[in-house]
Design a protein around this ligand. Structure first.
Ligand code: ATP
Length: 315
């Protein structure tokens, strides 16, 4: 595998109408989860990815595994838990610029992930381990699984890529800060957003944040700055890569996952850091133009066409 990742994916229901969800009577159903989004982003770009997870022994679990596998992701490390359901969540478009998310994931199958679910052999030939700050927030056993995955990756010299993906609804601020920092200290590459950096260090100056993350031990820090693009920092170099202009953002969710997939794809293809960040920005931008977390993820041809198009082409 080029990249292996570990985390929960859930069924997402979105009312077809805008307004308080109590009045909704029709919903659209999709599958979503940060880690599987990244895995799918990578297969679209021609890489091999694997997703470690757990689903319930139910229709949603079956549909989800089938969907993610159908996108080319290896699901051999997904187990079925007969004691707990697949998690679900709702995205309520309350009104323009006010979308609310409600989770029904407590006690879900994936929250019962534990270190016993990890197959050490799976880590042996991976090129990168991707983890997010969502998985350790799911439960004590899931947190242990993340730290065990880190240990296995280190044993096999697999670089660890960490996207904090802060979810304040899942745990207390104090616990989140402590754990995200502990994982950042183990990571080789960290991909925080500026707001996440501020949450962890109480600092929002990009240069200072880059330095703070590097000081924790990472060799590469990529700081995401929304539509403006991203900064990169290593001990030897740093810079800023502007984002791609997007005329109309249809759905911003999933941009960070697309960004991670684009960045890792760039590294796997041997691009230098600024070019990998440029590809990451392009994937992030494309994701925002389409509704859904994974629908906008480009394949190789699309990403090249998008990155090569001039402003005249856009007009
Ligand atoms: P997520 O909501 O998926 O967790 P995030 O907060 O981790 O996202 P963002 O900084 O919002 O990450 O976006 C990630 C990247 O996607 C940005 O660094 C940028 O490259 C691209 N991107 C996001 N929004 C836009 C936009 N409006 N226009 C162009 N590019 C964008």
């Amino acid at each position: 595998m080029d990249v292996i990742t570990i985390g929960e994916s859930m069924v997402l229901f979105t009312p077809d109408s805008t307004g308080p969800m109590r009045y909704a009577n029709q919903f659209s159903m999709k599958f979503g989860g940060a880690e599987s989004n990244v895995a799918i982003g990578l297969t679209r770009l021609g890489h091999k990815s694997g997703w470690i997870s757990k689903v319930g022994n139910d229709e949603f679990g079956k549909g989800m595994v089938s969907f993610i596998n159908g996108e080319g992701v290896d699901v051999s490390q997904v187990s079925v838990d007969s004691e707990a359901p697949t998690g679900i969540y709702f995205k309520e478009p309350r009104r323009a610029n006010d979308t609310r998310v409600y989770y029904y994931r407590k006690g879900s199958a994936a929250s019962r992930l534990s270190k016993d679910d990890l197959n050490p052999d799976y880590f042996q030939h991976a090129k990168y381990l991707h983890i997010t700050g969502i998985t350790p927030a799911l439960s004590e056993t899931a947190r242990e699984a993340v730290f065990e995955a880190i240990k296995l990756a280190k044993q096999h010299n697999v670089p660890i890529v960490f996207d904090p993906n802060l979810r304040t609804k899942l745990w207390s601020e104090e616990e989140a800060r402590k754990t995200l920092l502990a994982i950042a200290r183990e990571a080789d590459i960290v991909l925080p957003g500026i707001a996440e950096g501020k949450f962890i260090f109480g600092e929002s100056d990009p240069a200072r944040l880059g330095e703070l993350f590097l000081n924790q031990g990472a060799s590469v820090v990529i700081l995401k700055d929304g539509a403006r693009g991203a900064y990169y920092f290593t001990a030897e170099q740093n810079g800023r890569v502007p984002g791609f202009p997007v005329e109309q953002v249809v759905d911003p969710v999933g941009a960070g996952d697309g960004f991670a997939a684009g960045f890792l794809s760039g590294l796997l293809d041997g691009l230098d850091l600024s070019k990998a960040v440029e590809r990451a920005n392009a994937v992030g931008a494309l994701v925002t133009m389409v509704s859904g977390d994974v629908e906008g993820l480009p394949d190789k041809e699309e990403i090249e066409a998008f990155m090569n198009q001039t402003n005249e082409d856009v007009i």
